[in-house]
Design a protein around this ligand. Sequence first.
Ligand code: EPU
Length: 354
Amino acid sequence: MIVEQNISLKKYNTFGIEAKALRLVRLNSEEDLLAVLRDPELAAAPKFILGGGSNIVITADVKPVVLKVEMLGKRLVSEDEKAWVVEAYAGENWHEFVRWTLDNGWPGLENLAMIPGSVGATPVQNIGAYGVELQDRFESLDAINLQTSEHMRLEALHCAFGYRDSVFKHGPDQRMGASSSMGLAGRALITRVRFRLPKAWRAETGYTDIHKRVVESGLTQPSAMQIFDMVCSIRKAKLPQPELVGNAGSFFKNPTVTADQCADIIAREPKLVHYQLSNGEFKLAAAWLIDACGWKGKSVGHAGVYEKQALILINKGGPSRPCTGGEVVTLAQAIQTSVYERFGIRLEIEPVVV
Ligand code: EPU
């Protein structure tokens, strides 16, 4: 086991923020992690788990020991008449994993193409796009308890998935919703994730952007690979590619309001973009709220709001002076304030601020 010191994290976070890890250990296997946990000093030290770095904003040098998850491997675990179950180690690149499943003829993850980051991070925020969430295809995951070194197998119920939420986003002192499991943030490191891909596959084309593409293409029954291509092309057109423009995806969650609150806002703001949920509440498009407050294209220092999608904050600095985490957080707070003042809605930040 090698403990690297004063390592730049710039290329390990998709925002491209410059900050150092005071100590960093690369985990290429579960055994590497168990070695860290056997070391008395490292075992006792606070730890920060780093996957693809696509959902974090780093505001200072990272003092906890950074555990950089680089475990690789993927396989078909089982197949029966109903479904394929596939598994990937946490360090695999998510998009490449999605492509690999499709290349093998196992559809189901195509709507989640091109989401930046690693497989291990996908359950943490229950990634979602174009009408599909990770929890819809989730089978189970393996994790290692950072305090006891015990291996854990978690099924969906234990993960307490919610909208961009799971048991891995909450501390040990927080009880989680329906399953009443305890928060696992900082307590467990995900090593492998398994997905159930039903053979009774149907293209998921309900989301407006996809629906439009399907109609334009004239395809009556698009294949999973065709949906994959459509998702890639929509994302390329709308979202900045982190290799070119630093960002952490959607910066705020889409807020949920009651029917009364929604009607109240519409009375004042008739163009409000809203969607009814199955429980009668309404989800509002945070991008629309931010856009309506005039934030598109605006900046604080070297942090800015993306011109083509107001929900994305971007790094507008060059290689010699990238934006800082502080600038991103200041911009985010200014956006939260103006959305609150105009609509009475508190936007919740989606990425993890370190
Ligand atoms: N809109 C605006 N201004 C904008 C952009 C959008 O008014 O600048 C309005 C439009 O009316 C649009 C609506 O907002 O129809 C929703 O926008 P979009 O379809 O782009 O989706 P989103 O709600 O902004 C969510 C996810 C994305 C995911 C897309 C597609 C969240 C926080 N974000 O964005 O996920 O890719 O839907 O499914 O739920 C991510 O989580 O990092 C992410 C990129």
